[in-house]
Design a protein around this ligand. Sequence first.
Ligand code: SF4
Length: 574
Amino acid sequence: MKIKYFIPLICFLAVIVFCSLLMMPPYPLMIAQFALFLTGFSRTYFYAIKETIKNRDAVIKLKVRSPYFMPVSIFISVTAVTTFLFIPRDMDIIIQFSSCCVMALLCYTAGVIILLRDIKTESKPPLQTNKLSVNKEKTLLLINPVNPHKTGLTVNSSSRFPPLALGIIAALTPDNFHVELIDENIEQFHYKQADLVGITAFTSAVGRAYEIASHYRKRGVQVVMGGIHASMLPDEALHYVDTVVIGEAESIWPELINDFLKGKLKKKYTAEPGKLYNMPIASRDIFSSQYMFATVQTSRGCPMDCEFCSVTAFNGRKYRQRPVKDVLDELEKIPEQYIFFVDDNIIGYSKASAQRAVRLFKGMVERKLNKVWFCQASLNFGLDDEVLVWARKAGCKLVFLGLETPDPEELKVMNKKVNLRIEYKKALKNINRHKIAVLGAFINGTQAETTRSLRNKADYILQHPIDVIQTTILTPLPGTRLFRKLEQEKRLLFTEFPQDWERYDMGELTFKLDNMTRKQFMVIHKECNRRFYSRWNLVKQFFKTLINTRSMESALWAYSSNKNYRNVFLSYKA
Ligand code: SF4
């Protein structure tokens, strides 16, 4: 920390001390109060400057400034209120004290402005998002499409994440290819020349992917599609693209590229889930520098096979883990401070996998990686104190937990066995005790849902230590047992595929419920969301997290995540 950031503070303290000695009547109590104010202010100033430097990524990329002004504003208002309650009601003193508060704010603002200017000038110009094409024989164009009508979390710049799988594909592509990425998280698609196109898509964006693919096929450019939707419905995808990769593409990509160079691309390539040893490290230079988070994966697969989830179908039932050293080496190479571990469950389901998570977190501390991160985990995360201690030390601020519903009968129907064994409240409180905030993900629209059960669930969420609230609508995604069941029972409401896939984005009810019409359901679902994401509730959630975690950083993370969900909710209303 440079001394120049503290010059405004030093000047301020000098002026105040000098003037007070000259003008203030020598009331011992008041002098003590002033001394306390000045010490408290100096400490808060120091903290805020330190935090601003620590979070320079957010300051540069997102122009987030308000959190760094918040500590000082809170401090000054609390001091002002409490002091005025106790000091004599003397006009001179009130004027003196108010001027002191105003000067304090001005001095703090000056300090932060000097610091922000420094951070701006020091920050490097944005990385080139595309590799240079000099002397490359072929161009591989990778595309990450976003449905413009269903943007979901991509409406917020801080809840967009780089498409890691495409980074891995780029890393596996031979050097004589020039690899480019069109990422609709960041920029809208515009036609670019390519020799081969690789496209991926979630179900709700698949229509957009097919539309983009058609531009290339019309011009005779071959299009390969991978990702979860194409893996679940390869025959549908083959109507719109030339080749489909089914499953995790790493193991077959070199073969596919070879076939392409020989002009012998097959229609389908099926990849079996393999071991995660020596995985290629994603070529992150294809990602935009506007992303706040870097994405990293440490494990794949899930033995649970919940009825609504396609993870087991895509990544297999076996929980596979990367060696800790590989992950640490990769983390060391990532310049971003903010990390999202995209694993569906970072700690797994066994004692051994929890111990492996502990080794990973310890390694992050030992190597002094200084990352700030969030992850997804199963509820057993909340019962393992050793995992929690090391997660916090390694920089964990927030954990995403698929809580789904507090109703054990519903959990049984979903086959969410892991949640049945654990008392929610105990696990959530324990996570908060370790200064980590909880993002509780709930599902509305289970088959037996009623208006009463929806409202009860909302009450439950608000009364429990859930810091960030996510409620999605149960959605039968292709490849899941839920989809097959509802299809057989002829309960699906929208079956004009592929155009109806955009409705399968977890924000719309896509099947018939037993006890409610679609309209009744949507009215109550929105009513619950209005309760969760009202401005007033966002502030209440902030203080709830601050009190439960005793961590300003976790509370700010939780607040900003709730704000992101609010924006998603507002985008649906529109
Ligand atoms: S919801 Fe979670 S626990 Fe269930 S199958 Fe999917 S990843 Fe596994």
